[in-house]
Design a protein. Sequence first.
Length: 266
Amino acid sequence: MQMDNKVVMVTGGAGGLGEGIAKVLAQRGADVAVCDIDLDGARVIANDLAQRGRKARAYWMDVTNRARLQETVDAILADFGRIDVLVNVAGVIAAAGFEDTVTSREADWDVTFTVNVKGTVLASEVVAEHMIGRGAGKIVNIASHAGRGGGAGGGAYGASKAAVIHLTQSFALQLAPHNINVNVVCPGTIWTPMWERIAERNRRNDPQKADLTGRQIFDQAILERCPLQREQTPEDIGKAVAFFASDDAFNITGQSLNVNGGTRMN
């Protein structure tokens, strides 16, 4: 029970990685504020966690709007009393129409940097104010191994995740005097709604993949790119987050951890 009675706020918690992370942390004893712009989806996850015996509530949250984000954090503090851990999961891969493109458009740069970068910054700044007052806290950001190096056609998303890795180090330095650890997990290849969009993009733009299903394209990517030859899961990411959020990571800050089966090693 590494997270026993810790209060964790998860942005982007209504599905995909956020759902898996929230479930792992709850299994390890955490109470969870499930935050998402999709409130109905967040309620489904929170209800599931509550049925497993943890305190969990859903909150509507727009990470790109500081004032509305502050309102949500205030509501969480009123309900839970504190926030021990912030997990910044909320993110997007591109603007609408991504599946029909081969390179990043201006709209992709706008939306990925607004949600993935600005959203992470705003959530961290608002919650850090509370953590500074308490003299303790953990922030765990979610980037991607796409942020570890350039890739054809994925410029905006990869660059936004590289920015998340960079700002993690900046926040780690800034918040260290207040006993706040800031680290980042870089997921690999995971079958989520985001990867379904990637697969559909590949299917539409690569004649050799035109007759494959999205899942077949995903499985092919695992075999071609991943040394361990197995897909990663949201729960794998949740376990890495749980480590960074636990007392076991007391002296770890500003670090990036790939969880990708060896697909990218750095």
